[in-house]
Design a protein around this ligand. Structure first.
Ligand SMILES: C[S@@+](CC[C@H](N)C(=O)[O-])C[C@H]1O[C@@H](n2cnc3c(N)ncnc32)[C@H](O)[C@@H]1O
Length: 199
């Protein structure tokens, strides 16, 4: 079976901007970014950009058979493989920007947690804004959003713009530790209390 690393590298060569990384995330980053998934109850967890499933496995471990896990992946090769490997995850081949419509189609009012594996620093401004609006629109008032950033890319303009957008979209944004063992090193933004715009 083709390894996650080579599958990821292949998709990076084919779609460098959308894939946004050469390697899948490591275990420690996966643990940090999925810590918001409750260990009790039946939450709806949405995962954006699962790729080869580094965060999918950690979410499934925390859910341990409870709740619902919807994974939204743009790349059909990743989506097909993920659905085959995780039959209990609802894998949708779609753009993360369509998240509110995807929930409405499933007659779901809101998500409890959104975990993002998206390459925000590779997105232009309009795309960052559109997907972040979709995330905020999909979360309930007590919902939590977690996403990661590569440490080396933090000074870049798209990464700084994304931080600024996060600060405007959530009442609380905290920055986790740097996971130096990740390749490349990365950190997690933990975002709480979405600021829903007035209709
Ligand atoms: C940096 S990779 C992360 C993959 C995985 N979460 C990990 O950490 O190893 C980004 C993933 O987001 C997906 N992606 C990019 N743009 C997307 C979009 N607009 N909607 C859904 N998925 C998207 C890519 O295809 C890729 O699987």
């Amino acid at each position: 079976m083709i390894s996650d690393t080579s599958a990821f590298l292949t998709q990076f060569v084919r779609h460098p901007l959308a894939t946004g990384a050469v390697l899948p995330s490591g275990l420690t980053l996966a643990r940090d970014i999925t810590a918001a998934v409750p260990r009790a109850g039946h939450p709806l967890v949405v995962e954006l950009g699962p790729g080869t499933g580094a965060f999918t496995r950690a979410i499934q471990q925390r859910l341990a058979g409870r709740g619902r896990h919807l994974a939204v992946e743009l790349n059909p090769a990743f989506a097909t493989d993920l659905a085959r490997r995780h039959p209990t995850v609802e894998v949708v081949r779609a753009d993360a920007a369509a998240l509110p419509e995807l929930l409405a189609e499933r007659q779901v009012a809101s998500a409890d947690v959104v975990v993002s594996g998206l390459p925000w620093a590779a997105f232009p401004a309009r795309r960052q804004q559109a997907i972040l609006d979709a995330v905020v629109g999909a979360l309930g008032p007590g919902g939590v959003f977690t996403t990661f950033a590569y440490r080396h890319a933090l000074p870049t303009r798209p990464a700084r713009r994304f931080q600024w957008l996060l600060a405007g979209a959530f009442d609380e944004v905290t920055v986790g530790r740097t996971v130096w063992t990740n390749l490349p090193p990365a950190l997690v933004y933990h975002c709480r209390r979405p600021l829903h715009r007035d209709p």
